[in-house]
Design a protein around this ligand. Structure first.
Ligand SMILES: *Cc1c(COP(=O)(O)O)cnc(C)c1O
Length: 243
C-alpha cells in the first residue's frame, strides 16, 4: 500500500520537523538533505517525489535499480544504500553517483579500480557498524582506520563521510547514542587522518529526528514519505518470470 496523501504534503511536514530539530540544536537546516528511499516503489512514485522537490533517491539493490532507473526522471541523482557485492561494482558505478555502503578494503579497492577504468568519479561513504550487532553490515569501528588509510590514496573515488544503520528499537531514543557515536568517530578520524568527512548518512523513517539532532547530513527516508512498501516488479523480471 502506498500513501493516500500527496507526497508533497508529507514531505513538507517532514521538512518542517527537520527544521525544528535543527533549530533546537543550533544547526543550519541547509546542511540536512533528504534522500527518498524508493526501493520496491515504481517510477510513478519517483515522479511524484521529484515533482514535490526531491532530487536524490536511494535504492538498496543493483538489479532493481538497473531495471527502474532508465524508466525514471532524467536528472535524478541515485545513491546505493544497500550492501554492494563485489561482482556488481561495475553496474553499480553505471547507475549510482554515490555509494553509502563501502564496508571493506577489498570493496573500496575494487570500486577504485573499476571507477578508474570506466572514468567514473563516485562519491563513497564508509558504512560503520557502530552498535556491533552481528546481523548488520558495515565495518566495526576498530577496523575502519585501515579502510580510511586506503581511501586516502584513491584518486577515482572520493570518500566523503560515514554511514550507519541504527538497530531498530520501538523507542527511537535508543538510536541516539549510535548516531552520536558515529559523529564522534567522524570527528576523531577527521583529526587523526587530517581529512574532511562532511557527510553523515544516518536516520531512517523511525529515527530521523534523533539523527538530525546528532548531526546527520543525509537522511534516508522511505516509509515516512511513501507509505508501506509494495512489491514493485520491474517489467523485465516479470517477463522472465516462470512459475
Ligand atoms: C530501506 C532503507 C532505508 C529507509 O527505511 P525506512 O524505514 O522506510 O525509512 C534507509 N536506509 C537503508 C539502508 C535502507 O535499506
Amino acid at each position: 500500500m502506498t500513501n493516500e496523501r500527496p507526497v508533497a504534503d508529507i514531505l513538507a511536514e517532514v521538512q518542517a520537523k527537520v527544521e525544528d530539530a535543527c533549530r533546537r540544536t543550533g544547526r543550519n537546516p541547509d546542511e540536512v538533505e533528504i534522500l527518498g528511499v524508493t526501493k520496491t516503489h515504481g517510477p510513478d512514485v519517483i515522479r511524484e517525489a521529484w515533482d514535490a522537490g526531491l532530487t536524490k533517491f536511494g535504492e538498496n539493490k543493483v538489479q532493481e535499480a538497473a531495471a527502474k532507473i532508465p524508466e525514471c526522471v532524467p536528472g535524478a541523482e541515485w545513491h546505493l544504500i544497500g550492501h554492494l557485492q563485489k561482482n556488481k561494482v561495475r553496474p553499480a558505478l553505471e547507475l549510482f553517483s554515490t555509494i553509502h555502503s563501502v564496508d571493506s578494503v577489498e570493496l573500496l579497492q575494487r570500486i577504485e579500480r573499476i571507477a578508474d577504468e570506466c572514468g567514473a568519479r563516485p562519491e563513497v561513504l564508509l558504512e560503520v557498524n557502530v552498535s556491533g550487532e552481528s546481523s548488520k553490515s558495515g565495518v566495526r569501528p576498530d577496523a575502519a582506520p585501515a579502510v580510511l588509510e586506503v581511501a586516502l590514496s584513491c584518486r577515482a573515488l572520493t570518500l566523503t563521510g560515514l554511514m550507519t544503520i541504527a538497530p531498530f528499537a520501538p523507542d527511537p531514543e535508543f538510536a541516539r547514542p549510535v548516531f552520536a557515536r558515529l559523529r564522534e568517530l567522524r570527528d576523531h578520524w577527521q583529526e587523526t587522518f587530517g581529512i574532511g568527512l562532511p557527510r553523515l548518512s544516518m536516520g531512517m523513517s523511525h529515527d530521523y529526528l534523533q539523527a538530525v539532532e546528532e548531526g546527520a547530513t543525509w537522511l534516508r527516508l522511505g516509509t515516512v514519505l511513501f507509505g508501506a512498501r509494495p512489491r514493485w516488479q520491474p517489467q523485465r523480471i516479470q517477463e522472465n518470470w516462470e512459475p
